[in-house]
Design a protein. Structure first.
Length: 95
């Protein structure tokens, strides 16, 4: 499966949870695997823990797609283009 397709699948899956306002998955360099998925989640105010996010992933998708790291951020910290799309490449540089 292509990298972009995996990330889109993850984004779509997480946006079905009412506690998640927005989410983006990006790749982070990893010495062992080359790259690993990282979840950046902007919540809706309801509490959500890293353990719950990982548990949701492990229950609903294959293990290699699950994020190795979960970060909670503010909605305004998700860098967007003028058309409203999240700028993954800028977030990946930030990591």
């Amino acid at each position: 499966m292509e990298k972009t397709s995996i990330l889109q699948t993850l984004n779509g899956f997480f946006l079905t949870d009412q506690r998640i306002g927005d989410a983006v998955f990006v790749q982070k360099p990893d010495p062992k695997w080359g790259e690993v998925p990282v979840a950046l989640i902007a919540g809706t105010g309801d509490s959500l823990t890293e353990e719950e996010v990982v548990s949701l992933c492990r229950t609903n998708m294959t293990r290699y797609k699950c994020p190795r790291e979960v970060r909670f951020i503010k909605m305004e910290d998700l860098q967007r283009s003028t058309s409203g799309k999240i700028q993954r490449h800028e977030i990946e540089e930030w990591l």
